[in-house]
Design a protein around this ligand. Structure first.
Ligand SMILES: [Zn+2]
Ligand SMILES: [Zn+2]
Length: 424
């Protein structure tokens, strides 16, 4: 048993914001009561004193790349989930662009087997098409049976509208969302950053915001046609957000996520340093402003990291040749606090929602602090000053644009299935 006491519990699912004690018994929450009021016999329970800290439902990351199987020199399920736990995440959804691509149930089983000894829960996302090649639909039903929570061809969009429609029809019947990496590949071909004044100045090929928005528009139309659940990954452009807002106003089951790097940085921050290269690329100032508005007004459903580790040998090359992607787990909460809460743009409650019940709803789940619920908690400080030093990361990769950044607030402890998997 584990008793978490004296913390300020913030739970968006139940609109709770008050001091409570929480008794965990094995992998479930046994009791939630006022301070010192736990009625169950908790003698012998391990105690975590959360005085001065926030206690939230366990954070869920809808979008990460754990690189296993096949790219273990960049990350493994073990190292990636250790980094996730340090970032306060209790569950991580891993994208299928592994080697081989996760497009069949044997890979699902391989991932879930590795996940048994991982620091956090791992919820795999299967490929939408075979090999994510965009030609034929993958074995989605078999993967669902084996444990996937969604499908995506992340790294690229589902290649054609026809196939995307077929995938949506299929996933509707299976009750899982389709997660789309929205990109018109003809508009984005050869681009390494966002098109604009900065790309011209740097002499780097840029992709317009429309490269994303055109694909979002296509998929929103298909969501209307099929009635399926569509989730837009790493939404970065104002024009895309407007599509999502329109879809929601029509009652379509369309959701979206925004990454910590897109809500913090813009194209003007890009230099020839490949740690600033990701896809979608850092957007324009007005896009970031729109994202911050969407995060505040409820249009955005979740903050998701798109944690994309690449080993040094791959990433430490010229900007043009480097692969897309940045680390995300360990700086996500601190950036959300900085950009949303400390900046006065959202309440703490809303920020917690974007990391807990928001992503849970995208997956058709519930996440709350109540008796009988899974014993997953994220405990964090809103005040602690610290500096992110990427060298200390349990991740196998070092490609973070936030190395050396000073933060106010960060994870204090991560509890998964009743066990403390990370403690500051
Ligand atoms: Zn993507
Ligand atoms: Zn991704």
């Amino acid at each position: 048993m584990l008793l978490v006491k004296n913390g300020r519990v913030i739970d968006p699912a139940t609109k709770t914001d008050t001091e409570l004690d929480i008794l965990l018994n094995g992998d479930v929450i046994a009791e939630v009561s006022g301070p010192g009021k736990i009625s169950r016999d908790s003698r012998g329970a391990e105690t975590f004193d959360a005085t001065g800290l926030i206690v939230a439902p366990g954070f869920i990351d809808l979008h990460a790349h754990l690189r296993e199987p096949g790219q273990e020199s960049s990350e493994t399920i073990e190292t990636g989930t250790k980094a996730a736990a340090r970032g306060g995440f209790t569950a991580v959804c891993c994208m299928p662009n592994t080697k081989p691509v996760h497009d069949n149930a044997s890979v699902t089983r391989f991932i879930l087997d590795k996940a048994k000894s991982a620091a956090t829960r791992v919820w795999p996302i299967g490929a939408a098409s075979i090999g994510s090649q965009g030609e034929a639909i993958a074995e989605i039903a078999a993967m669902k049976e084996a444990g996937i929570v969604a499908v995506s061809d992340d790294g690229k969009p589902i290649a054609t509208a026809k196939l995307a429609r077929q995938v949506m029809d299929y996933c509707l019947s299976l009750g899982i969302p389709v997660i789309e990496h929205s990109e018109d590949v003809s508009l984005a071909a050869g681009a390494v950053m966002r098109e604009g004044v900065t790309s011209t100045k740097l002499g780097l090929r840029g992709m317009p915001a429309a490269a994303e928005a055109v694909c979002v528009a296509r998929d929103v139309q298909l969501a209307e046609l099929t009635g399926a659940r569509l989730h837009i990954a790493h939404l970065s452009a104002k024009a895309s957000l407007e599509q999502v807002r329109w879809a929601k106003s029509r009652g379509l089951r369309v959701t979206c996520e925004v990454t910590p790097h897109h809500l913090t940085l813009i194209d003007e921050d890009v230099t020839y340093d490949s740690r600033f290269k990701m896809n979608p690329p850092l957007a324009a100032r007005e896009d970031r402003e729109a994202l911050l508005e969407g995060l505040a007004d409820g249009t955005v459903d979740a903050i998701a990291t798109d944690h994309a580790p690449h080993e040094r040998a791959l990433k430490d090359v010229e900007f043009d040749r480097a692969p897309f992607g940045v680390l995300g787990f360990e700086t996500a909460l601190a950036l959300a606090l900085e950009q949303l809460v400390h900046a006065g743009r959202t309440s703490l409650m809303r920020m917690v929602e974007l990391l807990t019940s928001g992503p849970a709803r995208v997956l058709g789940m519930e996440r709350k602090i109540a008796a009988g619920e899974p014993a997953d908690l994220t405990i964090f400080s809103t005040e602690r000053s610290w500096t992110y030093n990427v060298q200390d990361s349990p991740s196998k990769s070092r490609n973070s644009p936030f190395d050396g950044r000073n933060f106010k607030g960060g994870p204090a402890a991560t509890i998964v299935a009743g066990k403390i998997v990370y403690k500051h």
